[in-house]
Design a protein around this ligand. Structure first.
Ligand SMILES: [Zn+2]
Length: 47
């Protein structure tokens, strides 16, 4: 599973619907939503 930091929960949460993405400078990132509150999450790096 993929985890990320949720700013709303202020804690690490499981990321739902995680999808690989790339940010402006070409670095890999992951986008998804918080499995607890549904807030959008963003994490740098893969996985
Ligand atoms: Zn959350």
């Amino acid at each position: 599973m993929t985890t990320g930091y949720c700013v709303k929960c202020r804690a690490k949460r499981e990321m739902q619907g995680a999808k690989p993405s790339v940010v402006g400078n070409g670095r890999p990132a992951v986008r998804g939503t918080c499995g607890t509150c549904g807030t959008r999450m963003f994490r740098m790096g893969r996985g």
